[in-house]
Design a protein around this ligand. Sequence first.
Ligand SMILES: Cc1ncc(COP(=O)(O)OP(=O)(O)O)c(N)n1
Ligand code: 3NM
Ligand code: MG
Length: 372
Amino acid sequence: MKQADCYDESTNGVVVMVEPYSQREQIQQVVYRILDANLDRVREGLRIIEEWCRFGLNSSQLAGECKRMRQEVASWHTAELRAARDTPGDAGTELTHPQEEQRASIKSLLQANFCRVEEALRVLEEYGKLYRPNMGKAFKQMRYRVYTLESNLMGYQRHQLLLRSRLYLVTSPTENLLETVEAALKGGLTLVQYRDKNADDATRIALAEKLRQLCHSYNAIFIINDRVDLALAVDADGVHLGQQDMPIAIARQLLGPHRLIGRSTTNSDEMQRAIAEGADYIGVGPVYETPTKIGKPAAGLEYVNYAAKHCSIPWFAIGGIDPNNINDVIDAGAQRVAVVRSIMQAEQPTLVTQYFLSQLNRIQPSPEKSYV
Ligand SMILES: Cc1ncc(COP(=O)(O)OP(=O)(O)O)c(N)n1
Ligand SMILES: Cc1nc(C(=O)O)sc1CCOP(=O)(O)O
Ligand SMILES: [Mg+2]
């Protein structure tokens, strides 16, 4: 109705007959309500994402992009759209999905809100065409900006976590793989690589899916050893490639700019090539000879020392590192280490993880050198 329904206090109970909306006007009101609700939805979702960019990632660039989009959305939220709001009459306000009540991680919280924003933008794009000639186009463009923001944010987030990660667990096949990895995650581990040289692909995919979920529920990075196709299949955070594995340039083409690529290196030439080819991190080793990689001669603490002086990207000393020699490796200049047996074969993986981290966290983080 355009005026008070039937009873109006201002007329002391005198019934005022009002002219009903025409069918066309009723439809217009519905469109206004849809636009009003979805403009709010986009702004709320962007605000939730913006808070993480600002306080969680300290990224004024990503937070600024969220803010600019919120302001643009606000400029479309006219008084007539707001006036159409009818919250008590909205049949959708009580509909919630059980997953809205619970979020497993920051990643799933962000993904849920990106999804909400993108859906609402699509609604604004379609119904907006009925309201203003250029509204559909404006929200289509914004939807693409949000896709770009999502991809940048997820990539940035991964990279930040890589920079903060001091300990890297490379798994070996065992019956209680998930339990052992979870125990290490409970000890504060933030970087895991799934490595199994012998399992068939079906087994690898099934285990990798479970490991990815587990790692992400602890806000840890999940990497696949050797296989770019498996990394894509299970939506891993990246891949680790040795000198005989796929060239980095091809892996980058397949994985896109935001997933991580690690490379094994044994000497300064391999290190410098890996950096030039765009690796996100390198393995530096074997520091000591190890039964986990039979036949690979030790590169020794000298190479660790070289990496400490010359490596411009995050690097992990690997090979034969255990609680007894970790301090020698640290003294040679390592700030990050990768281990297999020390955690996979530990009786108490949580305690061993905590011990490694306690030693590694004693070192002041020095920025990666900007020269090689
Ligand atoms: C962190 C890390 N560093 C080195 C390796 C070894 O990779 P590669 O040389 O390809 O040997 P395999 O692991 O495939 O046997 C690694 N996996 N992780
Ligand atoms: C998988 C691997 N790569 C290495 C390299 O130097 O490239 S050493 C290594 C095995 C490390 O196992 P552990 O911690 O049990 O010694
Ligand atoms: Mg390999």
